[in-house]
Design a protein around this ligand. Structure first.
Ligand code: GLP
Length: 264
């Protein structure tokens, strides 16, 4: 198992580094399925992948390793938002990932948070992932609670795609995307920790001082459902990309430092 931690100058450098990893997998013919996350942390990865001349070869019509045949699976979705709501993760992934990369909408999968039978929709999402043969590269953010996807503290490492309740802190943090805190859904569908664990490689991105405690708990605390992101330390091949503020509470022992100049 491999877990590397790199501290980079900021969002742009982190975006380029992660995009390069994705593009290298694509160029090597090893990227059939990309796992995507929402939130501000992975956004620069998508920008970098889609940039003309960027590591992903740009959007539609650009040269470079093609996205043909690549499928995208999202980690999670709110429950209870009307279909098409601009803050639904289906809409966010469509705007931030599908459109810039020019992907066929039929190749983009997001859990159905509006299904009449949510449990059946969760089982169906697991089945679709299974049938696809799992995720090759999974991009992840981390919540201030230590969540990955929407797996809040207490989520068993054996968990699969299911309906979950959001922590109060998560509702408060995500309120910035909504007009009022009341509008933030209280429930979500999320891939479970065991579902996420199945990916061949993981890239976790965290930026800002607000993530420093969660990053420390994930990388240096106990490996336990009390910090869902600590499950990363049981995964096969993990790259953690941090800015200096997110890394500020680490002891430093686990951290290898790279300068922006080292990043292609
Ligand atoms: C949401 C998502 C997570 C994401 C987290 C952090 O709660 N469900 O997948 O990692 O936000 O978001 P940000 O990167 O914007 O801090």
């Amino acid at each position: 198992m491999r877990l590397e931690v790199e501290v980079l100058a900021g969002a742009e450098e982190i975006g380029r580094r992660a995009a390069q990893l994705v593009a290298d997998e694509l160029a090597a013919g090893r990227l059939r399925t990309l796992g995507v996350a929402t939130g501000s942390s992975p956004a620069p990865v998508y920008t970098s992948l889609a940039a003309p001349g960027g590591p992903g070869g740009g959007g539609p019509g650009e040269d470079g390793p093609g996205w043909d045949g690549v499928e995208v699976f999202a980690l999670d979705e709110y429950v209870g938002l009307p279909p098409g709501h601009p803050q639904s993760y289906a809409a966010v992934i469509d705007r931030e990932v599908r459109a810039p990369l020019g992907l066929d909408p039929r190749r983009v999968h997001v859990p159905d948070g509006a299904a009449a039978d949510l449990d059946a929709a969760c089982a169906e999402y697991e089945r679709a992932l299974e049938e696809r043969g799992g995720v090759d590269v999974q991009l992840l953010g981390i919540g201030a609670t230590g969540h990955i996807g929407f797996n809040e503290p207490g989520s068993p490492f054996s968990s699969r795609t299911r309906v979950v309740a959001l922590a109060e802190r998560t509702v408060a943090d995500n309120a910035r995307f909504f007009a009022t805190a009341e509008e933030v859904p209280r429930r979500a569908v999320t891939q479970g920790i065991a579902t996420i664990a199945r990916a061949r490689r993981h890239v976790l991105i965290a930026r800002g001082a607000g993530k420093a405690d969660a990053v420390r708990a994930a990388l240096e605390g106990e490996v336990s459902p009390a910090c869902p992101a600590s499950a990363l330390r049981t995964f096969q091949d993990v790259l953690v990309l941090l800015d200096p503020a997110a890394a500020s509470r680490l002891s430093g022992r686990t951290v290898s430092r790279r300068s922006a100049a080292d990043v292609r």
